[in-house]
Ligand binder design. Structure first.
Ligand code: 5GP
Length: 117
């Protein structure tokens, strides 16, 4: 009989070291690595180890984890990007989300445009 197995994303495979990534930070709650297709001179992805497919799926009990991710994102960005940066969460089709494991994009190293296309 078919098991009702949740879909495993490429980011979960990175967490488990099943596929390689250029990892720049890890702790018990999260992992950060370089985006394989960078949109700026610095383009990192910060993900929780907990499976949350998208920010719209987050629940009240994720409050502490989400705050923690923001502080880690700030720290990784502050260390690298003294002239400023952007933190981005894409959500769903209109948000151009392509990997359904929550991630914060950390972008910088050039003048970024606004508004986004
Ligand atoms: P999204 O469009 O979902 O917000 O962003 C997904 C990001 O993940 C994209 O910027 C894409 O380049 C990146 N990405 C997709 N697959 C891989 C991968 O296998 N390794 C790494 N390092 N980044 C990936």
């Amino acid at each position: 009989a078919k098991r009702n197995r949740p879909m495993v994303t490429i980011f979960e495979q990175i967490i488990k070291r099943e596929i390689p990534a250029d990892i720049v930070y890890e702790d018990e709650k999260c992992l950060a690595f370089k985006d394989v297709n960078p949109q700026a001179p610095t383009h990192l992805l910060l993900i929780p180890k907990k499976r949350i497919p998208m920010i719209s799926d987050a629940v009240d009990s994720d409050q502490e984890l989400l705050g923690y991710l923001m502080l880690i994102a700030r720290r990784l960005a502050n260390e690298r990007l003294q002239k400023g940066y952007r933190l981005v969460i894409n959500n769903g089709p209109d948000g151009c989300q392509s990997v359904y494991h929550l991630h914060i994009h950390i972008l910088g190293g050039r003048q970024l445009g606004w508004p986004p296309g």
